[in-house]
Ligand binder design. Structure first.
Ligand SMILES: Nc1ncnc2c1ncn2[C@@H]1O[C@H](COP(=O)(O)OP(=O)(O)OP(=O)(O)O)[C@@H](O)[C@H]1O
Ligand SMILES: [Mg+2]
Length: 266
């Protein structure tokens, strides 16, 4: 059974003096534990809106989201807290998603306390937990005392990953997690994501406009166009035999993914 199932999801944004923007229209998809699903499509096609709807940052106006077989509703619901903890999101702008006035340790501590994971702990135990979280994302223990401005973009993205991991997520939605990073750092952060996904058996949804990245990292891929999911399938099938004209056009815009990848690895 897929861990996360989306059925006929609809999201609209109200617009002053005009009809609403239908950002996501009738999207259905699923992600299983241990699986990586890529979401691709041109700018404005609704990828981030879909991601935000899944984690509850925007409210869908139609359709269903099921987590572990149970429907996630917007209303007061006993499972809501568990859902918010188990389904986490990392953003493109890692530095901006961190609180500039808090140290890394304070941020990790806060998220654990909000979710009652650290309520009964002594201070020392909390420091141990924080060191362990930082180690999981490849950061030294000293990072705990740093403020976001003292860290690089890649380090900030690692901290935001650590903040997600603090909640022991089962689903991770990553919206362009490396596109704001220096090319030399991108591969390392992607490798970390992939390693965490495999080690923890996460269901990973990776939103990216970078087809080479999606091809390397994902098992399956969804192609979006104007809010609609036009095609989905195994990465290999979609890249080698795209059925939908839009997917064909998208792939044609990157003439040789393999060559681009090789150039990057060289
Ligand atoms: N807060 C908002 N209010 C109104 N319209 C919005 C809002 N956010 C997004 N939109 C519109 O919804 C559509 C989908 O936007 P979305 O950000 O989901 O696209 P995207 O695929 O993530 O694009 P990109 O690749 O540039 O990140 C666009 O037409 C956008 O202008
Ligand atoms: Mg986006």
């Amino acid at each position: 059974m897929p861990l996360l199932e989306i059925e006929d999801l609809e999201v609209q944004y109200a617009r002053a003096g005009g009809p609403p923007v239908k950002a996501v229209r009738g999207v259905s998809l699923h992600v299983a534990a241990g699986e990586t699903l890529g979401v691709v499509g041109e700018s404005g096609c609704g990828k981030s809106t879909l991601a935000k709807a899944i984690v509850g940052l925007v409210r869908p106006c139609g359709g269903r989201i099921r987590y572990d077989g149970v429907e996630v509703t917007q209303r007061a619901w006993a499972g809501r807290e568990a859902y918010c903890r188990r389904v986490q999101m990392v953003f493109q702008d890692a530095t901006g998603s961190l609180n500039p006035r808090m140290t890394v340790a304070a941020m990790l501590d806060e998220v654990r306390r909000v979710h009652h994971l650290a309520a009964r702990e002594e201070r020392g135990q909390s420091a141990v937990a924080i060191t362990r979280l930082l180690a999981q994302v490849g950061l030294p223990a000293e990072t705990a005392g740093a403020y976001p401005r003292e860290l690089s973009g890649g380090q900030c993205q690692r901290v935001s990953l650590a903040r997600c991991l603090a909640l022991e997520p089962r689903v991770l939605v990553a919206d362009e997690p490396v596109s704001a990073l220096d090319v030399s750092v991108q591969a390392r952060v992607l490798n970390l994501l992939r390693e965490l996904q495999q080690r923890l058996g996460l269901a990973l949804m990776l939103v990216s406009h970078d087809l080479a990245v999606v091809r390397t990292v994902c098992d399956r891929v969804c192609v979006m166009h104007n809010g609609v999911l036009v095609e989905q399938g195994a990465v290999r099938t979609i890249f080698e035999q795209p059925a939908h004209p839009y997917t064909q056009a998208l792939l044609a815009a990157v003439p040789d993914v393999d060559r681009a990848l090789q150039a990057r690895e060289a």
